[in-house]
Design a protein around this ligand. Sequence first.
Ligand SMILES: NC(=O)c1ccc[n+]([C@@H]2O[C@H](COP(=O)([O-])OP(=O)(O)OC[C@H]3O[C@@H](n4cnc5c(N)ncnc54)[C@H](OP(=O)(O)O)[C@@H]3O)[C@@H](O)[C@H]2O)c1
Length: 284
Amino acid sequence: MKIVVVGARGMLGTDLCQFLAQRFEVLGWDIDEIDITNRQRTHDLISNEKPEAIINCAALVNIEACEAKPKTAWEINTTGAQNLALAATHIDADLVQISTDYIFDGKSDSDYDELAEQNPVNQYGRSKLAGEKVIQETCGRHYIVRTAWLFGHSPDNYVMRIVNAAEIDGVVQMPNDQLESPTYTYHLAEAISRLIDEGTYGIYNVTSAGACTRVDFAKYVLEEIGRSESVKVIDSSEIERTVKRPARAVLNCERFEHLTGHSLPHWQVGVREYLVKEKLLFRE
Ligand SMILES: NC(=O)c1ccc[n+]([C@@H]2O[C@H](COP(=O)([O-])OP(=O)(O)OC[C@H]3O[C@@H](n4cnc5c(N)ncnc54)[C@H](OP(=O)(O)O)[C@@H]3O)[C@@H](O)[C@H]2O)c1
C-alpha cells in the first residue's frame, strides 16, 4: 500500500512516517513538496502519485497565530483539507484527517464522544471543525481522527519546554485551567495504522489514556527526570496565552477501542517512552 503523509516534517508527521514505513511504502511531503492551499498543484501531485491513502497532518496549529490570522488558518486548516479531499476522491484514495479536541467548548463535565455537540471557542477550533465538515461532504472514504495535546520528538514540544524552563529559569510556570489527555505522537501513529487496517470509515476520538492539567504534566516530567525545580501555577495571560481555550476537553475513545481492540497507553507511559528515546531517562 502506498501512503502519502502530508505535513510529514511536523511533530506527528515525523513519527507517523517512521511508524508506517515499517509496513507500507510511505511518501512524506511537507510544505517544500506540496502546499495544500494550492488546489491545482495538490490535485496534480496526488494524481501523479496515486497513493491508496493520504494522511493529512498539515495544519496551522499555533492557537495565537490562528487568532491573529484567521484567513491563513482557514486557508490551511479548511481549504487545504478540502483540496486534499477533492484530490483523494479523484483517485479513489482513503483520506485520514487529523482533527482536534478544540472543536469543543470544554464546558461539559463528561468526556466528549464522537456525536457530542461541537462549539469551538477560537479560530483554530473553528477552522479545524470546518475542515472536518468539508471532508465529510467531499470524500466518502475518510477517517477523521480527533486527538489532543500532542507531544513528540520536535524541538519545541511541551516536554522540552518544561525541561528547558527548569534548566534556564530554575522554575516552570504553568497555567492550571485546562484538563486534556496529553498524547504521545508515536502511540497515535500506531493507532492510525490500526485504523487504516480496519477499513471502517468515520470519526474516531484517539488520545492517550488519562487526563491532566499542564501543572500535573510538568510535575510528572520533572519528577521522572529527577529534577527538583518547582512548578509555579500562573494565570494563562502571564505566558501570553490570551486566546480562549476549552477548559475540559477530554475525549471518550471507546469507539476506536471497540473497533480495533486497542487502547492507547496512559499519557505517563508516553512521557516515559519519550524521555527514554530522548535519552533523558534510562528506564521505562
Ligand atoms: N499539536 C497538538 O497539540 C495537536 C492537538 C490536537 C490535534 N492536532 C492536529 O494534529 C495535526 C498535526 O499537528 P502537529 O502538532 O504535528 O503540527 P506541526 O508540528 O505544526 O506540523 C504541521 C506541518 O504541516 C506543515 N504545513 C503547514 N502549512 C502547510 C501547507 N499549506 N501545506 C503543506 N504543509 C503545511 C508545517 O510546516 P511549517 O512548520 O513550515 O508551517 C508542519 O511541518 C494537525 O492537524 C493538528 O491540528 C495537534
